[in-house]
Ligand binder design. Sequence first.
Ligand SMILES: Nc1nc2c(c(=O)[nH]1)N[C@H]1C(S)=C(S)[C@@H](COP(=O)(O)O)O[C@H]1N2
Ligand SMILES: [Mo]
Length: 516
Amino acid sequence: MSTHTSGKRFTLWAALSGIVAGAVFLAIAELAALLFSSTASPILAVGSFVVDIVPRPLKEFAITTFGEYDKVALLAGLGLAVAIASAIAGILEYVRPPVGVIALFVAGILSGAAIVTRADATPLAFLPPTLGTLGSAAVLFLLGRWLRGWRGDTHTGEAEGLDRRRFLLTTAIAGASAVVVGVTARAVSAATASADAIRRALKLPAPRSTVTIPAGAELDVKGISPLITPNADFYRVDTALTVPTVDPSTWRLVIDGMVDQRVELTFQDLLDMGLDEYAITLTCVSNEVGGGLVGNAIWQGVPLREVLKMAGPKADADMILSRSVDGYTASTPLSAGTDENIDAILAVAMNGEPLPPEHGFPVRMVIPGLYGYVSATKWVTELKITTFAADEAYWTPRGYSAEAPIKFSSRLDTPKSGTPVASGKVPLAGVAWAQTVGIERVEVSIDDGDWQSAKLSTPINEDTWVQWVLEWDATPGPHYIAVRAINKNGETQIEERAPIAPDGSTGWQRSLITVS
Ligand SMILES: Nc1nc2c(c(=O)[nH]1)N[C@H]1C(S)=C(S)[C@@H](COP(=O)(O)O)O[C@H]1N2
Ligand SMILES: [Mo]
């Protein structure tokens, strides 16, 4: 083989090593953008930058030539430019190290500048191009070195063989993983971004009825839970590793199983039934006494019973097995869905906006009086009418009851155990809930003294929590504060402690407060 042809062959390998390094840059950056800063995709940032700086005649030319594919053409052109520049960097690194690596750093800095100067850049936007540059520089450095070794620059024949194998193996592995990781990360980012855009663009019809918050529903006490839990602070519990993205235009709700007729509803069908507002407090079975897995929101939706009526459940059915797009299932007594006196709903809005993605966008169930795991299926897509004898939901074989009404409870929000309190007048305050029944009274016992009735806020309805407050003349020293609720059926909150499994915790919260 003449040195001429072998020189050509090595140049081609060098070009390929540059392209692999370029692919590694994009893949690492896309992955980092997905994890840390969705606005920091280098290919999109540079693309947007090009769109911004291109003179108008050229833009118009692109639109008339490529039509609706102008963005695709731009990205394809950009991809080609990146490939050519990468190939050149690979050749430079091979013939004149470390010029290729330096060129790569310059390109990395330029793309980083395009990213961090975008209007929607986040504080971590510098990370993707930085990590991408470092990773690809390492790859290019090593490949260039091994390629020169393979050519026989420095070594004996044996070492040449080793460098050849290292070069080929690394090129193959880095190239293949870069393609897989990069394409996957970009696809996931694109899907998430478009779902977000759809949700933001969604205009729900105004509800036919709204919830009236009565005067006195919210107590003015520092540190108490707000009457309505803001969406951003609302607890989240689910088995989903990544939040399911559901497009409302393709979403369907199927009601099937033991029904007179199978019913399939679109999102628009649901909206056309008319929305009403409901204030309902949601509670998780995993909420420990005094815990935070409970929240109160104003939901908009349609009654579950109206949807069930369309399908006509058979007389011997006793369970709704609701299913989420992610496969999660919940078992709800059919009676909870059909009872005229229970506001079981299919909700589409939470506190005045479409359901946040992590709270079930576009449609979830909310049923007052049942723990979330047996009633509040998010991203719901199927209601199978069945029996408890025939079907089992997700948590049933995992140690939780098939049926689980909420055990009414009360919580001290302020002062918090462990936070020092100054002596004098101190409000003891919190929330209490007994969905579908209502809270009659909240009582507080200080240092095992007599139970004193707290002042209650005016309830919105019996499905929401109420706030309570009791003025306390705090004296220096340690004090035990115990709280319990009495519901409107005259029952007192269970004193005996029970764990969360299989059907919810019980016990009176008892907090140690240190007064100085
Ligand atoms: N699809 C799906 N829906 C689900 C769950 C789940 O894991 N997957 N968890 C349930 C549980 S245990 C509770 S307590 C509520 C919590 O709803 P939130 O996350 O909106 O507060 O959702 C319920 N709906
Ligand atoms: Mo839960």
